[in-house]
Design a protein around this ligand. Sequence first.
Ligand code: AMP
Length: 281
Amino acid sequence: MSVEIARDVAALRNAVARWRAEGARIALVPTMGALHEGHLALVHEARIRAERVVMSIFVNPTQFAPNEDFAAYPRSFDRDAAAFVAAGGDLIFAPEVTEVYPPGFVTKVSLGGPATAGLEDKFRPDHFVGVATIVAKLLIMAMPDAAIFGEKDYQQLAVIRQMARDLNLEPEIVGAPTIRAADGLALSSRNVYLRPQERAKAPLLHAALERCRAAILQGAAVDTAVASARDALIEAGFAVDYVAARNAETLAPVVARENGPIRLLVAAWLGKTRLIDNIGV
Ligand code: AMP
């Protein structure tokens, strides 16, 4: 089995045009590589919706702050290509940074709504502008019928849905559930940063959300349940950026279950590794 690799937009568009001429539907799975089962689950979702699946592998510099891990971000192209083809993928779009951001590039997508909910945006101020701009570009470059994103990055999914709606971007935006390790830790390319003791502690993040959900379902006040989750994580040695109960669609704060379907979201550090997770109530 071999996979087609496009390094520039022209090659990507050629392949897509060829498939369109054959009457195929096309789905796009945007990633930064260092693939794990979470990414491959998105490929499976894509296969359900389309005859041809394109994955972009691009570590997008504009979504990293200067103090973040752009240079150290794990890169494993050959392994990724093998995993993608084994999962039934057709083409990898892996451009150089200069192909995506040629000299003189200045345009950015301006965001509001879920992008200013006070969650990730509060701790990574320019992150979603970088994400939204690259996703808009990828959707325009590939013009797929559908694009698949993980609920693991729940606020990101909300930002992309909002942008696609507001800018009349054609592809259907599809969210796919979070894939977890057996002990509950959400799979993430950044989990490789965790030292053994940190990895052992990391599942507490998901466990704290599960306990919070159970408490709310048993009638505990939302604020109290969220505060206990935060306390439990701090007690276990996490440095907590936020634990929050939000409206699952708008990401507006919720004070009671009557305010709509609740999503519990968390971001916390174990040593030098920042982990995020979320679950529905
Ligand atoms: P990344 O390569 O981390 O930028 O992620 C690429 C896509 O994979 C995004 O849509 C993520 O939300 C999704 N993703 C990452 N981890 C998981 C996971 N554990 N389960 C499901 N989707 C995931």
